[in-house]
Design a protein around this ligand. Sequence first.
Ligand code: ADP
Length: 306
Amino acid sequence: MAKISATPRTARRRRRANAVWLLPNRPHCFLRLLATIPQISRYRRGLVAVPPSFRPTLPTSEERKSAIQPQTPSPIRDNEVETTSRQEAEEPQDPDAEGEAVAGKYWAHRHSLFSLYDRGVRMDAEGWYSATPEAIAAAQAARAAPAGLVVDAFAGVGGNSIQFAARGCYVVAVEIDPHKVELARHNARIYGVEDMIEFVVGDFFRLAPYLKADLVFLSPPWGGPSYNQTPMYTLDMLMPKDGYTTFQAAQKIAPNVIMFLPWNVDRSQVEELCWLSSPPLDFESEENYIQNRFKGITACFGNLAR
Ligand code: ADP
């Protein structure tokens, strides 16, 4: 009898021993990420496991400085990033010329959106006006605890996800547009943080009930550049759902929420969001400027409030 029960115990131990090496330094984060995968996998393509000992290669200050100087395209840059999709393979030979044509007046700001733009960062037309400027994204990411799990709910072309990953967080980047996910993945590779980010093609509101994390970052669509014309931007102008609904979806995922909102948003409405919880969440907001231009407000809820 003893022998019969010994066999399954040994097999169980072996299975456990095999599983242990999968766990990274922060097993709680990894396990929560794993818990989301069965639902996520229905929406995403090509699951990439987070390697346990990954350390992101952050651009050095030298690299950032040199990226700010406009550079002529070099053969190295074109070969640097492996082309992985048909879409990318069909890109024109000169991505700078294409970028300039699509970007129009936003072209001048390319290095403030992505300091490594000249390494081959790619954006679609929407990305040019909607990507969070890198300095702002870095300041927002600095609020997160390194090695925490972050859900970037409206990831776009990846600017915020990249900065959270560069901070050392594991990121689930949710984006409804598959082409943007391709661009975001490509951009994350340029920044050396692709393996820290789990890209998910899907509707944040449908995925939200299946996600758990330490922090949710919300930069929902502001409704295009026309938000600038409104004297007072209200939370019901956010897309695809109003700010209250979006915030509540995020709250079910994590105790901490960061929202990036237009400069002209009604701040009393934003502050009221903390009363959607009982007891009310701590709240702090920060004004974000780019080259002396008031760009937006970062609202922090929960333990992130300083
Ligand atoms: P705006 O320029 O108006 O601020 P954005 O381009 O910043 O809009 O929108 C952010 C991103 O959110 C876009 O890339 C868009 O595809 C994405 N998005 C919109 N709705 C959803 C959704 N339900 N789930 C996930 N991503 C979404």
